[in-house]
Ligand binder design. Sequence first.
Ligand code: DX5
Ligand code: ZN
Length: 215
Amino acid sequence: MKVSPSILTCDYAHLDREMAFVEKTGADMVHLDVMDGVFVPNLSFGPPVIARLRPLTSLPFDVHLMMQLPHRLIGAFADAGADLINFHPESGAPIDETLADIRARGKKAALTLKPATPAEAVFPYLDRVDMVLVMTVEPGFGGQAFMEDMLPKIAAIRSEIDRRGLDVRIEVDGGIGEATAPLVVQAGADVAVVGSALFNSPDPAALVDSLHALG
Ligand code: DX5
Ligand code: ZN
């Protein structure tokens, strides 16, 4: 599976160092968690910070928008250097228009589901997304415990993608590490967001290698 490290729990005083750390692990992209303090009970960063990070790495930016009305800022995130833009259907954004806007800007589009949102919520859009992100914790904070009851949701989305012969990745976000990654791969996920497990690992490159070797 591919690995997308989340820098949410990193040292924000040394973002250049943290980006170099992510590159050195051999990860495939960087997961950037944008939080507005309304959609989720936490605040992080926005387009100006992402624009400053952009020249520090050649890894693709996987931007996860945990915010209300994200459609208002798609242009700003695209211009800041996002390669893939994840937004929530629960955010109040007009879904079709927002997906079209992301793709019209030459970016990959993904829909992200909170734990309470059923798999079927993404089915009408599967032919218009590059990826579906299944939250395996309540969005807002790193370091939470993986919700095992999200496994059937991952499996349901994977079987619908395969049934329709579509080329859509499934990413999982929250509580992913050595113990939980095999479970999500088994259910049909192929991209892992890894935050605290990577930043706290004694051997981050070995962790990325072991995730790459799954599935
Ligand atoms: C949570 C964020 C995640 C988070 C993952 O709301 O969307 O990307 O940083 O962190 P871990 O891997 O520590 O659960
Ligand atoms: Zn995230």
